[in-house]
Design a protein around this ligand. Structure first.
Ligand code: SF4
Length: 402
């Protein structure tokens, strides 16, 4: 039996109790607790705030952040690095920096680990890292604390199986997103392993047209140069396909993409061919699914306006905002500070255009119901701050609410 690897940790250090109080002080929020106690709804004067029943920190984020705190606690005297942001929330990343954790950011050629020494400690984020980054870090001999979420590991298993069986992985995701880059790199561990990433249904249509013989090879290659394996050839690699997705995409769209690609394969080659050469598997994580389901439930009885809180680069937050914007006037804000009660304004990202827009008098006058949800990387205290500012926009102090 080989000795345990003393430089690689996947399950924290058993220091949960030592960091619990700090975590709670940094991220929990009494306003959110109040809403939960009031069945997710709070009314004062003519303002009602409704909170989705699933929102905010997911199990993967909680675990990653807790392990980062444990790591700092375990190695108080060593340099601790983080490979990119641990999650896409500016406050959490800032807090880690304040704790002396240095966040490495990628340059045009990726991450530079030249400054990482064997004595150092490196934390891998919840999204995971590419195989190349992982190997480089292992070769440096430093301690590696791996917080890759179990749901991301499930996607890796899925695409590995596709690659092993000679199927191209068609990944519904963003090719530049950390998670999808890490997932794609798993495919290339296998000889001939190939992937192509499509961002949405429009891009999936490029694939289905190609499968059905209506594509232009040069145009396809030019468009997907950054989103596919270097050796990707649509004439060769769109004949056997396995569909998977980044865990945080819009679930409905992921399922639809799997469906149209399968149908295109059947249309082009027959049902029997499709059965033998096409697979699809929903790899949306349950936390993403739960948050999207909760928003859909809220939209059954739509509020007047929706606020979606989370980083502008947070994929699951973008999915929530897109879902809400289909039905209700929606503001995607990175932070509670985007709501300015004194001016009566809100600065937010428009979920449709992607532009940052400031809107005055966004709450209007008269009775109003504000729906609220938050992405998986948004802590409760920041959600509570936003709720406080919504009420303050109408001059209502939360402290006065009983
Ligand atoms: S969003 Fe899903 S995959 Fe990502 S960390 Fe959370 S639980 Fe894991």
């Amino acid at each position: 039996m080989s000795a345990p690897d003393a430089t690689y940790f996947r399950k924290g250090f058993g220091l949960k109790q030592d960091v619990e109080a700090t975590l709670s002080a940094d991220y929990s929020g009494h306003v959110v607790d109040l809403l939960r106690a009031r069945d997710y709804e709070l009314t004062a004067s003519d303002v009602t705030v409704r909170l989705a029943r699933e929102f905010g920190f997911c199990y993967g984020v909680e675990r990653a952040v807790e392990y980062a705190y444990q790591t700092r606690h375990k190695f108080p005297d060593r340099r601790v690095f983080l490979v990119g942001e641990i999650i896409h929330n500016p406050h959490v990343n800032l807090r880690l920096r304040e704790m002396g954790i240095e966040i490495l950011m990628p340059g045009p050629a990726g991450f530079d680990y030249a400054g990482v020494l064997a004595d150092d400690v490196v934390i891998l984020p919840a999204f995971g890292v590419t195989m190349a980054d992982f190997q480089t870090l292992r070769e440096r001999g430093c301690v590696v604390v791996d917080t890759t979420c179990g749901s991301v590991l499930n996607v890796w298993k899925r695409v590995e199986a596709y690659a092993r069986d000679g199927l191209t992985s068609l990944i519904h995701g963003k090719y530049y997103h950390e998670e999808t880059r890490a997932t794609a790199s798993q495919v290339e561990r296998f000889p001939g392993g190939t992937y192509v990433v499509v961002r949405n249904m429009d891009e999936a249509r490029d694939v289905t047209e190609y499968i059905e013989g209506r594509g232009d090879r040069a145009a396809f290659l030019a468009k997907y140069r950054k989103a596919a394996s270097a050796h990707f050839d649509p004439d060769v690699h769109l004949r056997r396909i396995g569909v998977a997705n980044q865990t945080t995409m819009l679930a409905r769209e992921s399922l639809a993409i799997g469906d149209v690609v399968g149908k295109a394969m059947a249309a082009a080659n027959g049902e029997e061919y499709r059965r033998a050469n096409f697979r699809t598997f929903d790899t949306i994580c349950s936390a993403t699914q739960d948050r999207q389901d909760a928003v859909n439930a809220m939209l059954q009885n739509p509020p007047d306006v929706m606020l979606v809180i989370g980083g502008y680069n947070s994929s699951n937050t973008l999915s929530l905002a897109a879902l809400c914007a289909e039905r209700v006037r929606t503001y995607h804000l990175e932070d509670a500070l985007c709501i300015d009660p004194a001016r009566g304004s809100i600065s937010a990202r428009d979920p449709v255009s992607g532009e940052r827009v400031e809107t005055m008098d966004w709450l209007g006058s008269g009775p109003v119901t504000v729906g609220l949800t938050a992405g998986a990387s948004t802590p409760n205290n920041k959600i509570g701050d936003a709720i406080t500012r919504v009420f303050a926009t109408r001059g209502i102090e939360l402290a006065d609410i009983r």
